[in-house]
Design a protein around this ligand. Structure first.
Ligand code: ZN
Length: 77
């Protein structure tokens, strides 16, 4: 009886984690529009710029490249 409840809540937790991971992955994959806040480090970005600087832009690209490669290897691309 209590075991069923445990399994149900464990599944729920897993589904929620999975959904959150998908949201995060999607958010990181698309280059966002300039919002005044660097999406990489959450510092203030110059007007009209997506990132606060080239370092963050490069880190972002590198992250996306690795993420997409990993997704391809796992067959999720
Ligand atoms: Zn930044």
């Amino acid at each position: 009886m209590s075991r069923e409840i445990d399994q149900a809540s464990e599944l729920e937790t897993r589904l929620r984690d999975h959904a959150l991971a998908n949201i995060r992955a999607g958010a990181k994959r698309e280059t966002p529009m300039p919002s005044g806040i660097c999406p990489w480090c959450e510092e203030q970005a110059p007007a009209g710029a997506t990132f606060c600087g080239t370092e963050c832009a490069q880190d972002w690209q590198e992250h996306n490249r690795r993420h997409q490669t990993a997704a391809r290897i796992q067959g999720n691309a």
